[in-house]
Design a protein around this ligand. Structure first.
Ligand code: PRX
Length: 647
């Protein structure tokens, strides 16, 4: 079947910041002369002391290192706030929409945000927070989350946001790993009318974290929560007494900005570390070019600040560019599936950016929910986090955008800091399902499993051969793991973990993870994480987890579980294990299928044959490949015969 192609409209080609000619010219310069390209591009940042060195980067073991704008100094909160005050101090920085549509919205100007950030930064200082110290943030989607991030950036503290859907256990692990002394939270979060007991979760987590001596608690729902004497304090009253002036700290370009934990194919989640200067350039540049952002436009990225998308495109990118950024506390289908589009109309949103999983769940509800809203303000749509299937793409384009809005399908990762492969709306003809072409400075290559480069059209492992400013710099506390995870599989290249196809036009089509990472509703999970949660249950002997196709979530979680000998697995145990995993990790890790089995398919040397389990998970058992090394091939037949139907 011929692929559909959507050419750039004459209007977009004329009005956009970057048209095809300019894309080609800039891309060519960004890879042939990165020094001059980035020297120029980095002028979008207000440097306190200008850098002289642009780039010192090597992906090779003998001289491995990644450093950008090394001798420059800056403050990112000043770049997001102070420098806008003269020209747009009274313009709205954050437009906040509550979970409940009857709660009034909040409109926070740049001047007000600046004041709140300064007060909170002073509060952090008064609690003894110093440059380089880690501050854990466990907050719902409220403006105070942005205030907290920017306050950390202002004084040079490193923020580590833990998504408010994670369990106390997951929170405790992340607090301990980065040795955080202070936690910022709220009494409760609200999502789809449901209350999330954030403070109770923190109290639970802190039983395991001796390092924490201070908790600042935002009264969000007003719930009556336990406040520990000498440890916990109320956000508003503590911030109120602070000065509204706080000098931004002068940070080196390579000083850490934030840690964000993400799942890998092995072990516990790793703390991805981003630094200040390069990240600032990358977040701001990609926000401007990918979304064709022009001052005054209303920009809405529907991601939570607990994920990297929220860091780069709810907070840092838009605020650096002086945008009005929309923050939404709730969920797409509450109180009904029109919610997103009602908010678009209410605020006059021009650029809307969301994950395919949300679109698929809305598509299922029917077009009426969309059609009854106007959406005439929309001019550009974006997609992020997982492959977008052509059907969802078509719905987004025709129904949501009424055929008039280009879709930027942006491929990137927590590790990359910002968008890496994406159309530019004024330059790139679109193909549904393709992230299309690389961003400036990004040099993608496809390699076969032996590390040989695939030229022209073909399929392979996606690697990036040179550094870009927004690249992560290390795994917190484990630089060796950083090198091993990303730079040892293919020598001299950053290995993304994704498979990818390149077509005749040089367009990239991400085919999904090729390691043991699964992508559930656009959220990354390591199969090993879910397995270790399962085996931590007293009745479980062994577990193997694979991804399975899921209509809404993209991928679902399929768990094969062997119970201890004396345990008779039944429906009650299945339910108990589902609840257990939710408790250990959080609701995003809820298994979709648990298949009890007396044994897992293993080779004679005892290795679980995951390839076969993946096939069973995908319900694609016609060709299981070579099974001759299995210790007991009958295990596979019994797994296939007893495969439960997903609920
Ligand atoms: O597999 C790719 C998928 O999400 C992974 C990165 O997940 P995370 O670090 O949580 O960041 C998500 C938000 C940037 C990638 O390795 N992915 C992300 N965007 C796309 C995608 N897969 C296909 N198309 C995309 N646009």
């Amino acid at each position: 079947m011929a692929e559909a192609v959507y050419p750039v409209s004459a209007e977009w080609a004329r009005d956009a910041l970057i048209d095809e000619g300019r894309y080609r010219e800039m891309y060519e310069r960004s890879v042939s002369d990165p020094e001059s390209f980035w020297r120029e591009e980095a002028q979008r940042v207000d440097w306190m002391r200008p850098f002289t060195v642009v780039k010192q980067t090597s992906f090779h073991e003998d001289d491995f290192g990644i450093s950008w704008f090394t001798d420059g100094t800056l403050n990112l909160s000043a770049n997001c706030l102070d420098r806008h005050l003269a020209a747009r101090g009274e313009e709205i920085a954050i437009l906040w929409e509550a979970d409940d549509p009857s709660t009034p919205e909040r409109r926070i100007t740049y001047r007000q945000l600046h004041e709140q950030v300064c007060r909170f930064a002073n509060l952090l200082k008064s609690k003894g927070v110093r440059k380089g110290e880690r501050v854990t943030i466990y907050l719902p989607m409220v403006p105070e989350a942005a205030v907290a991030m920017l306050a950390c950036a202002r004084i040079g503290a490193i923020h580590s946001i833990v998504f408010a859907g994670f369990s106390p256990e997951a929170l405790a692990g992340r607090i301990t790993d980065c040795d955080s002394r202070i936690v910022l939270t709220a009494d409760e979060g609200l999502r789809g009318g449901k209350k999330i007991p954030l403070k109770t979760n923190v109290d639970e987590a802190l039983k395991e974290c001796a390092c924490v001596d201070t908790v600042i608690v935002l009264a969000h729902t007003g719930a009556d929560v336990h406040m520990e004497d000498g440890r916990d304090c109320d956000w508003a009253s503590a911030a109120e007494g602070q000065s509204a002036e706080c000098e931004p700290a002068e940070m080196n370009a390579e000083d850490p900005l934030f840690i964000l934990y993400t799942s890998g194919s092995t072990g516990k989640p790793k703390g991805v570390l981003h630094t200040t200067g390069g990240y600032a350039v990358w977040a701001s540049m990609t926000h401007e070019y990918v979304f064709d952002y022009k001052p005054g436009q209303i920009f809405w990225c529907a991601a939570d600040v607990g994920w990297v998308t929220g860091h780069s495109y709810v907070v840092y990118g838009p605020l650096m560019n002086g945008a009005t950024t929309v923050m939404f506390e709730g969920v797409p289908n509450h109180p009904d599936p029109s919610r997103f589009w009602q908010i678009v109309d209410k605020f006059g949103v021009e650029i809307f950016y969301a994950a395919p999983t949300a679109l698929r769940s809305l598509m299922r509800e029917g077009d009426e929910w969309v059609r009854k809203t106007s959406r005439k303000s929309l001019r550009l749509l974006g997609s992020v986090g997982e492959p977008i299937n052509p059907e969802a793409w078509g719905w987004y384009h025709e129904v949501v955008g009424e055929g008039r809005c280009p879709i930027v399908d942006t491929w990137w990762q927590t590790e990359t800091g910002g968008v890496m492969i994406s159309p530019l709306p004024g330059a790139t003809a679109l193909k549904p399902g393709s992230a299309t072409r690389p961003m400036f400075g990004v040099q993608p290559r496809l390699l076969d499993s032996d590390g040989r480069e695939i030229d022209g059209a073909g399929d392979g492992c996606l690697v990036i051969t040179d550094s870009w400013p927004g690249q992560m710099r290390t795994v917190w506390g484990d630089h060796e793991r950083f090198f091993q995870t990303y730079f040892s599989t293919f020598k001299g290249a950053y290995f993304t973990g994704d498979g990818c196809r390149r077509d005749e036009d040089g367009y990239y089509w991400i085919t999904g993870r090729i390691d043991d990472v699964i992508n559930v509703s656009g959220h990354r999970l390591g199969t090993a994480e879910v397995e270790s949660a399962l085996v931590a249950h007293a009745k479980v002997a062994e577990a193997a987890v694979v991804g399975m196709p899921h209509d809404i979530k993209g991928q679902g979680i399929y768990a094969f579980v062997t119970t201890n000998a004396e345990v008779e697995p039944d429906e009650d145990l299945r339910k108990a294990l589902v609840a257990w995993v939710r408790h250990e990790i959080g609701p995003i890790a809820t298994p979709d299928v648990i298949q009890f089995t007396p044994a897992l398919p293993k080779t004679r040397s005892g290795k679980i044959m995951r390839r076969i389990l993946r096939k069973i998970g995908e319900n694609d058992v016609s060709n299981l490949g070579d099974t001759s090394t299995l210790a007991d091939p009958s295990v596979v037949d019994s797994l296939i015969a007893n495969r439960p139907q997903p609920a």
